[in-house]
Design a protein around this ligand. Structure first.
Ligand code: COA
Length: 571
């Protein structure tokens, strides 16, 4: 079928649905929801058999939904209506939640139901819930709805609140007053629940020292305590720890509210640095074995002869300092008595490359970009040149841009079955990219595919990545099962009867590669292009980064997504 996606942005759910429906043999074109006239034009140009709205912030125009079926993916159970579905589900402590695919009509979220699926709720941030449970459930619901539509036999169910199984209700948009933390009354669980329910966007508005901030990225703290609820009692690697009535929590990220508008989302201690002189830095030892609940972005676990290096950076963005810290821990891990190192990334993202927010706020974004890409390259180089261990990248979550290429520094790359990779830099203002991609990528997929991947700018599913050799294998939808399988593979590799020969083969291969073309040559060629991106006359990268970090709404849909506009241009 010809399916048109109408979406606010090309977010993770939209990317995943594109991959899944393409796998089923459908042809997909994408239009960003810019205004009604543009949507009408897209429908006229493409003449889709079905339209799907995976992620919308506005209603579909009547001229469109009257003309043809439009499916709306709503992140709520049957009967739930309104724009704050997940926020309320977390705030209300629901045990089960769901995704409903309904047909757009004149009433928001009240159309006939084509498919509905549920999932058990998890005690996690809204952004995590969306990236895992919601995306997984939405894929099931959309595939069912599309199959039903295609069969021509299915009659969608009108929404009927008289039916006992319809448990959702119309819910008002959540306001900051609903989210507000009362530090003198709210216990730790309540504070965490409020911040989790607003994570990603918009954050919980809170006041500290007469200034207002949006709070994000919270987690519990087991041991630190303070007398005054709300007081900042510790800082660590960009995060701050605040006392609560009955304990303490960490807050990783903040946005300052400036002149009524939210600023950039950055590390909390960076935003509050002028208030934190007296606050102790409480370091975390990444090699400590039992730390209880606390804030940590880098940690190492050892099981038998295998070391697992976790780096759970918020949004997968890695700033210069984080790259440097990670490299130091990595190098310390290589000095341990282990045979295999597994690079685990974080549960939500493996890595999304250099930290664009951090770069944007720097006094010289060009200098900070340069420092950040060099720090990424130093890390990639340390992994590529490891000669005492075999290495694995285990992609539990998605990876984008330099994050994908960093994973290729490892000897073996495995991805969870639902992971999406964006192995390209080009959409960030024609960024050339580094991380030794010109060395690692063609070796895996060949020159032709390497060119296609980096130029087409499209996401690729884990199975497709395996089929072309970008990753070695993919398995398990479930994160727990993925980790179990990774442990089995890593243990098996560490105890492989030919382990010494495998390690020697890798060392010999690296030596031959170095003789053919030194790593330093790849690096300097890539960085020469990056220097032009950062310091040259063409400001595209700086403009694209500004648009990305400030979330400037799209003015048009790029042609690599809008197939319907491509057809027209080429005819
Ligand atoms: N630096 C800073 N923030 C980043 C980031 C980066 N490299 N990559 C992603 N983020 C942030 C987004 O701004 C967003 O922030 P929010 O919490 O305020 O919403 C959040 O991560 C999630 O990103 P989003 O785009 O909504 O996730 P997605 O899963 O839908 O899309 C990508 C993933 C990788 C396609 C997309 O985030 C992207 O293009 N990132 C930029 C990659 C890049 O160009 N890196 C620099 C070159 S190495």
């Amino acid at each position: 079928m010809k399916i048109l996606f109408l979406t606010h942005s090309f977010n993770s759910l939209t990317q995943r649905l594109l991959i899944e429906l393409t796998r089923c043999g459908h042809e997909i074109s994408i239009e960003f929801d810019i205004n009604d006239a543009t949507t009408e034009q897209a429908v006229t140009l493409y003449q889709p058999e079905l339209m799907i709205a995976p992620f919308l912030k506005r209603a579909i125009p009547e001229t469109v939904w009257r003309r043809q079926p439009c499916f709306v993916v709503h992140p709520g159970i049957v009967g739930d209506r309104g724009p704050s579905a997940l926020d309320w589900a977390i705030m209300q402590g629901r045990a089960q939640w769901g995704v409903t695919v309904l047909q757009a009509n004149g009433e928001m979220d009240a159309g006939d139901i084509w498919a509905a699926e549920t999932f058990p709720m998890q005690w996690v941030k809204k952004s995590s819930l969306y990236r895992h449970q919601v995306v997984e459930t939405a894929v099931r619901a959309v595939l069912t709805a599309v199959a039903r539509f295609q069969s021509g036999k299915f009659k969608p169910q009108p929404l009927d609140y008289a039916q006992p199984e319809v448990r959702g209700r119309l819910q008002a948009p959540i306001r900051q007053t609903d989210r507000a933390i009362d530090w003198a009354r709210d216990d730790t669980v309540t504070v965490l629940k409020k911040i989790h329910a607003a994570d990603g966007f918009p954050g919980v508005l809170d006041t500290f020292d007469k200034e207002t901030y949006y709070l994000f990225d919270a987690c519990a703290e087991d041991t630190l305590r303070g007398d005054q609820p709300g007081a900042i009692i510790a800082k660590r690697n960009g995060a701050i720890c605040r006392a609560t009535l009955d304990g303490a929590i960490w807050i990783g990220h903040l946005k300052r509210k400036i002149n009524g508008e939210p600023g950039l989302k950055l590390g909390a201690s960076q935003i509050l640095k002028h208030h934190l002189d007296e606050v102790p830095e409480v370091p975390f030892d990444p090699f400590s074995s039992d730390c209880g609940e606390t804030y940590r972005d880098i940690w190492f676990e050892q099981k038998n002869d295998v070391g697992y290096l976790h780096f759970a950076f918020y949004n997968g963005a890695m700033d210069s300092h984080q790259c440097e810290r990670l490299r130091e821990v990595y190098q310390a891990a290589t000095r341990r008595n282990i045979r295999v190192i597994v690079l685990m990334g974080g549960p939500d993202f493996w890595s999304n490359g250099i930290h664009l927010n951090q770069i944007e706020q720097a006094a010289s974004p060009a200098d900070e970009s340069w420092r950040n890409i060099n720090a990424m390259n130093d890390l990639a180089q340390a992994i590529i040149t490891t000669d005492q261990q075999l290495t694995m990248a285990a992609l539990q979550g998605n990876a984008g841009a330099g994050g994908v290429f960093l994973s290729l520094a490892a000897d073996q790359v495995y991805a969870r079955a639902s992971v999406i990779l964006n192995p390209h830099y080009k959409s960030m203002g024609n960024l050339y990219g580094s991380e030794y991609w010109t060395y690692r990528l063609p070796r895996r997929v060949g020159q032709t595919k390497a060119r296609a991947l980096t130029q087409n700018r499209l996401p690729i599913g884990a199975a497709e990545a395996r089929d072309i050799g970008l990753v070695d294998n993919c398995f398990a939808l479930d994160p727990v099962k993925f980790k179990q399988k990774i442990e089995q593979l890593a243990q098996a590799l560490a105890h492989h009867p030919n382990y010494p020969a495998l390690l020697q083969k890798k060392v010999d291969q690296r030596r031959r590669d170095e003789q053919t073309k030194p790593l330093a040559a790849y690096r300097s060629e890539e960085l020469r292009q990056m220097q032009l991106n950062f310091y040259g006359f063409d400001p595209s990268y700086h403009v694209a980064r500004y648009h990305f970090v400030h979330k400037i709404p799209h003015a048009w849909t790029p042609l690599y997504l809008a197939r319907h506009r491509r057809i027209r241009t080429s005819s």
